[in-house]
Write a protein that binds this ligand. Structure first.
Ligand code: HEC
Length: 274
């Protein structure tokens, strides 16, 4: 009786010793019949799951592999394209960030001035309205509501803002390329700060359009959704609308040739019943 009891106790202790390392719990898998099944050979981004039986390198190697990496230069994240609002089959809201490939130096300013010619947005009434609103908020305090370089800070606070903001009514600025404006908006110039963090891609171009419309008015030229007699780099929306209507008319007027359809029907008829 006594020895049976001892033997029983011994077996209980033994079974605890043997099973304690084997049962699963917490981060322990317990005993593993096929270790690979519990420890994936694949490695996951941002998850350090080192297991000595996997063979893709050392612990250090894995540590490096799972770190976040830099994107390839010029990568645009979803929703980060200023033109995305035009839609490419995926619906999302653009946040207006578009890569800009010019540096903040005088040479790069000249390069942008020479290379950025066309305004990527058609002139629309709503764009000019947005541009006006943004211009009056962001620029008019210095450049003046009439864009004549005579804003409030220069007028009333003379001395407090000591430098002369550019006068966009001067021929030099009327003739200046869109790139000169865009570059100034991205980085500012001398005492003027940049606006890349305050205006999105499309907003920058709307502001430039609005400045163009003010220049056109003083030159007695038209710069609007209907007509642009002011420059050749910006397209009035009416031109695009006319092209669209033309294309649609051509499509609806197109006659579908019936001969191939008849030939196909003939083939189907002959092959039926097989
Ligand atoms: C705080 C005052 C201030 C504000 C606000 C301001 N600017 Fe300027 N801006 C200046 C000054 C000063 C200059 C002249 C810089 C120079 O040539 O040294 C200038 C120059 C410019 C130029 C000419 C750059 C060149 O190539 O010569 C452009 C274009 C321009 N600003 C656009 C804008 C636009 C658009 C806005 C609004 C989004 C704006 N600025 C807001 C002060 C300002």
């Amino acid at each position: 009786m006594n020895s049976t009891f001892k033997l029983f106790g011994f077996l209980v202790v033994l079974s605890i010793v043997f099973t304690s390392c084997q049962s699963a719990g917490g981060n322990q898998t317990g005993s593993e019949y096929m270790p690979d099944m519990a420890h994936s050979v694949a490695y996951e981004a941002n998850t350090f799951g080192y297991y000595y039986n996997n063979r893709w390198g050392t612990e250090d190697d894995l540590h490096k592999m799972v770190q976040p990496r830099q994107t390839i230069n010029g990568t645009i994240a979803r929703g980060m394209s200023g033109k995305a609002s035009e839609g490419r089959g995926v619906s999302f809201k653009a946040n207006g960030s578009v890569p800009y490939y010019y540096g903040n130096t005088e040479e790069e300013r000249l390069r942008a001035t020479a290379e950025i010619i066309n305004n990527p947005y058609p002139i629309t009434a709503s764009g000019l309205e947005k541009g006006k609103n943004l211009y009056n908020i962001q620029c008019a305090i210095c450049h003046g509501e009439k864009a004549d370089g005579n804003g409030y800070l220069v007028r009333e606070d003379g001395g407090k803002y000591p430098v002369q903001p550019a006068n966009f009514m001067l021929d030099e600025f009327v003739a200046a390329s869109n790139g000169r404006y865009y570059h100034a908006l991205m980085y500012g110039k001398n005492l003027m700060g940049g606006y890349s963090d305050k205006l999105s891609y499309d907003e920058r171009w709307y502001v430039i359009q609005y400045i163009r419309s003010l220049q056109a008015t003083t030159k007695k030229l038209e710069y609007s959704e209907k007509l642009n007699t002011f420059n050749t780099t910006d397209t009035p929306y009416s031109v695009i609308a006319a092209k669209k209507a033309e294309a649609e008319a051509a499509i609806s007027a197109a006659v579908v040739p019936s001969a191939p359809i008849e030939a196909t029907k003939e083939v189907l008829k002959n092959n039926s019943g097989h």
